[in-house]
Design a protein around this ligand. Sequence first.
Ligand code: NAG
Ligand code: NAG
Ligand code: NAG
Ligand code: NAG
Length: 299
Amino acid sequence: MSNTTERMLVLLLIILKEAGPTAACSSSCSSSCNCYNKGLSSVPQNLPTTISRLYLNDNVITTLNESDFSRYSSLTELYLYSNQISVINSGAFYNLTRLTRLYLHRNQLTSLGAEMFVGLNKLTIIQLNYNYIHSIEGNAFAKLPRLQRLILSHNSFHTFTLTLNDSLANISSVDVTNNPWHCDCRMLPFKQRMTGVPKFETQIRCAEPANLQGKSLLHTDDIDLNCEETSSSPDGVTETIAFSLPLFLSSLGGVVVGAFLASVVFSVMRCKMRKRKTPPDPVQNPSFVDINTHATAEL
Ligand SMILES: *[C@@H]1O[C@H](CO)[C@@H](O)[C@H](O)[C@H]1NC(C)=O
Ligand SMILES: *[C@@H]1O[C@H](CO)[C@@H](O)[C@H](O)[C@H]1NC(C)=O
Ligand SMILES: *[C@@H]1O[C@H](CO)[C@@H](O)[C@H](O)[C@H]1NC(C)=O
Ligand SMILES: *[C@@H]1O[C@H](CO)[C@@H](O)[C@H](O)[C@H]1NC(C)=O
């Protein structure tokens, strides 16, 4: 065999191996299917049901529907990053009882539903970074008894509540860095119980208000965690009322009750303004204190 023929053969072998049946996104892939960057908008249903790794990253999937993966019950690794997933319907991962790694980073998720991850009994790692997640409903992660590593960095979380702490309490490694934390009165109940022991506590750095920007929540003073506008305009009193009244009402939840109270408060205020020419007295302050207690109770 001549040198050239030999080289050609080696080259041919390499090409065959690359494009071979082991990885293609078709019924002929074996343990691993390479379905990335194929313009897919839905989960292919024609792959062998015995596959253990599925690469679906860099496609244009927007929704994961119930049972989209249930025929692939042997999957141990599922790559869904860099799609446009904004909706994961309950039971989407149903039947994936062997899955250990789930990659959902760089998508469009805004909240995590309580039933989203049902069935993932062996999941140990989930990557959810670079989404727009601002809330975690119920106890979404309680459905993941083996979870060890949860990556939630680069999302849109504002407030770390005691409820969220409960969701994360049993997970040994949590990453919540690079979220726009608002260090205000809503964080106070959590902050007051912080010890710095779970490592993620030290990752919470304030993005707002401006005077706390970049500061670790753990090292803030309780007195700085308020929900009062820090504006120093001479009109400060009215600004505070204008800012805090909607918060107060929304925390009450009842629109009817809210509207009623608002009309009472405004008419009382108007009466007082008319009666005296002095600035509004601290009678309004109890309502402001109330706002804080309400926000606290909500957490
Ligand atoms: C998911 O279900 C919705 C209806 O619930 C349907 O419109 C959509 O095409 C489905 N998406 C996929 C990827 O199957
Ligand atoms: C779930 O997985 C089992 C095998 O573990 C399989 O027999 C069954 O058909 C799957 N369910 C669905 C809805 O595909
Ligand atoms: C944490 O794990 C323990 C033991 O596995 C369990 O009893 C407890 O309910 C879990 N807590 C949460 C918040 O999931
Ligand atoms: C978070 O939850 C854990 C487990 O319930 C608890 O030990 C810890 O004190 C809580 N941390 C805060 C800051 O509330």
